[in-house]
Write a protein that binds this ligand. Sequence first.
Ligand code: 9MR
Length: 372
Amino acid sequence: MLGLVGLGLAGCGTRARSQPMTEPARPPGDGLADLARAHGISFGTAVQGELLAQDQVYAAAVAAEAQLLVPEWEAKWEALQPREGEFDFGPLGVVAGFAQAQRKQLRGHALVWHNAMPDWLAPALAEGPARARAVLAAHIEGVLGATQPLIRDWDVVNEVLANPPGSRFTDQTPARGIFRDTPWLRALGPDYIELALRLARERDRTLRLTINDYGLEGDTPWAEQKRQNMLALVRALLAARCPLDAVGLQAHLQVDEPFRPEPLAGFIQTLHGMGLAVLITELDCREGANLPPGQEARDGIVAAYVQQVVGTALAAGCRTVLTWGLSDRDSWLNRDPDVARRDGQQHRGHPLDAEFRRKAMWQALARSFASA
Ligand code: 9MR
């Protein structure tokens, strides 16, 4: 199979090759990634390939602020294997081409997830365990074969834990024990998690293997339950000598959710004690039901909340922070009908506003990096 390195450059088109992407609008060296790097922290963001290719303001902001990129959609199953056996690395190649041209690192998201599955996948899994195993092995082989050596860190499994009863998340997929009831779980039981991790390690011995999930940060009974469930899962995997290197905390924060540093710090330290790295993988922040008057007050609340959570994670030893997009303009928070505001306002939960101006959350991240 042709590697992604070649495909990436092809996917980016001649414009990107003959005419480098827009120069960063700001002088180099003062972006979040630079501030983070000075303190041993890697900062990055989720990106959308179409915007990287077509929107120079967007591309310049990514170039200036982020060192680590993760495709928001382009590395999901539905993007990479839309029809069984037919891999399409075109959209991912656009992101990879940008990363190469701008000398950014890339992480992968996500090999196994219950969303963004192509239409053929759930029926194939329903055909039985042997078929499910074969499909999983073929995907991991096809994807890692093409993305090595460009991507050195993958979310191998994403959101495998159920949301504990009482949680306020909109996704209330039923649970089977601690696990989310998905086509993967129905086909293979919880063993699909171990199988995916083992297949990934076999295919690429030095790849960092990450389990990624959300709802692990707050000071609520259900967040605590989910942290305990994650620890139980990690303990079981390690006891089975299953390869696993890191846990990703998505950190889709909500200012209305209670937060205290101790539970999160304790969780991160426990994971470190088990030999795992902990990353913040999808940081953004939803505003509360009742907005204070004035943009400055709104942004101040988001910034203070983000600083508490990120500051806590960094103090506990987390060394990688990615936001799920840089600007309010392009965020799922304002696109997804389940999380978008219903009062006509747009969430302001990203470091840059809709005009790509740095706002209080940007400063909060900068301060968190400086004091890490
Ligand atoms: O932000 C992503 C959105 O644009 C996609 O439509 C959606 C389905 O592919 O996925 C969103 O990203 C999710 C991520 O992959 C996993 N954690 C939750 C993110 C927000 O829903």
